[in-house]
Design a protein around this ligand. Structure first.
Ligand code: FES
Length: 202
């Protein structure tokens, strides 16, 4: 019984942001975004849209909407407060760990719910830079090597999934050659690939 109850314990900040989410999109407001990021899958019930207004290279305003769970709502609400006023570079580097910490923690099995908001924000910044013909120096600064033997980063894999060049693990393997030397990256890349397919609804 006590284990069961422990699963219901959320921090005061999570409860507050879930009950009173900040910066949510309201169609009556007529918010005109400079950049829009869509991530997640409606079929799985966790689609997320993040919209930003940008002024002088900083996030001036942000609006979002999601069909995600309580943890996704609280995480994105907190993210939206943290992002306002940040430079695009700093906003790009907001991580799920930083958001979770600001919320006073999330139950471990709920951590994955906090990853959509920051991906949505990055997608909105990418969209803003692309629409304005500006270079995107941030994209590769968040890259992590996921296959050391072939020097492949998570951002490369994300691009291949997002652009639907790799829709199966076999296609990804064919293009990148990941896992074909020592093989120790295979399980982690398979997990990353599944997560990205879900996020980009591939
Ligand atoms: S780390 Fe990927 S094949 Fe060795």
């Amino acid at each position: 019984m006590s284990n069961f109850m422990a699963q219901w314990v959320y921090s005061p900040a999570v409860k507050d942001h879930f009950m009173n989410p900040r910066n949510t999109w309201d169609e009556k407001e007529n918010f005109v975004p400079d950049g829009v990021g869509d991530v997640g899958s409606l079929a799985c019930g966790d689609q997320m849209r993040v919209m930003i207004q940008v002024k002088n290279d900083r996030i001036k305003a942000i609006r979002w909407l999601t069909y995600g769970c309580a943890s996704a709502i609280a995480s994105t609400s907190m993210l939206s407060e943290m992002a306002i006023g940040l430079t695009l570079e700093d906003a790009y580097h907001l991580s799920p760990e930083m958001i979770t910490e600001a919320l006073g923690g999330l139950p471990e099995h709920k951590f994955h719910c906090s990853v959509l908001g920051d991906k949505g924000l990055r997608a909105a910044i990418d969209d803003y830079l692309e629409k304005n013909g500006l270079p995107n120096p941030y994209r590769h600064s968040v890259a992590k090597i996921v296959c050391e033997c072939h020097n492949i980063t998570d951002v490369q894999i994300e691009n291949l999934v997002k652009t639907k060049q790799a829709t199966t693990l076999e296609e990804l393997q064919e293009i990148t050659k990941y896992g074909s030397t020592c093989g120790k990256c295979k399980a982690d890349i398979a997990g990353l690939f599944d997560e990205l397919k879900h996020i980009y609804n591939v």
